[in-house]
Design a protein. Structure first.
Length: 202
């Protein structure tokens, strides 16, 4: 009788251990503003967390929304069985209309120059410009200019683009940055002459 009872207890214990959070942890790849619902087979008391809400968010229904290009991890925690799983999420680029500038507010003029791979088109004491295209050729990205303060430290970036490509340029920007009125690392402003600006209040 004791032997039968032991077998029953072992079986119950095995079933309890096998049940719980069973989830597909395959890497998720999506575009900005695209959604994906996490697939799971067991577990009712689940909590969802994102390592980087700038890249992707997740709600408590397990729906991931891609926001900006990059990689992050989503953690799913089963509060009943005390288990967690991580899923890697990659937000991919759909629009590649312009060459993204070097946004490094700790960089000095010499560093910016050494990190650019195309020839300088013009330079003075407080700025350096790089020519990427020509309006007459229908190119999208025309010019990027880096502006520096009195200590030669980067303080503003100005990118000029082709007005005929404005719609696709805005889509390019929204995949990577946030629109904002004031200075911030990865936020941009739109200027008046088919340009966008990082790092300075208009």
């Amino acid at each position: 009788m004791k032997k039968i009872l032991s077998i029953i207890l072992v079986c119950i214990s095995a079933l309890s251990c096998s049940k719980g959070l069973d989830i597909d942890t395959t890497e998720i790849m999506l575009y900005s503003q695209e959604e994906y619902r996490i697939k799971h087979y067991y577990g009712t008391d689940l909590l969802y967390f994102t390592d980087n809400p700038y890249i992707a968010t997740v709600n408590q229904n397990g729906v991931i929304t891609g926001l900006h290009i990059g990689e992050t991890n989503i953690t799913i925690r089963d509060t009943e069985f005390k288990r967690s799983h991580n899923i890697k999420v990659t937000v991919m680029s759909k629009y590649n209309e312009v060459s993204d500038p070097i946004i490094d507010w700790d960089a000095y003029k010499g560093e910016i120059k050494s990190r650019n791979t195309i020839p300088i088109s013009k330079e003075d004491e407080t700025s350096v410009s790089y020519l990427y295209g020509n309006l007459n050729n229908g190119d999208t990205h025309i010019e990027t200019t880096y502006h520096f303060d009195s200590d030669n430290k980067l303080e503003k970036i100005r990118v000029v683009y082709n007005s005929a490509k404005q719609s696709s340029v805005i889509k390019h920007l929204s995949e990577r940055y946030e629109f904002y009125e004031n200075y911030d690392d990865h936020k941009y402003q739109l200027g008046n002459n088919y340009e966008y600006i990082f790092g300075d209040k208009l």
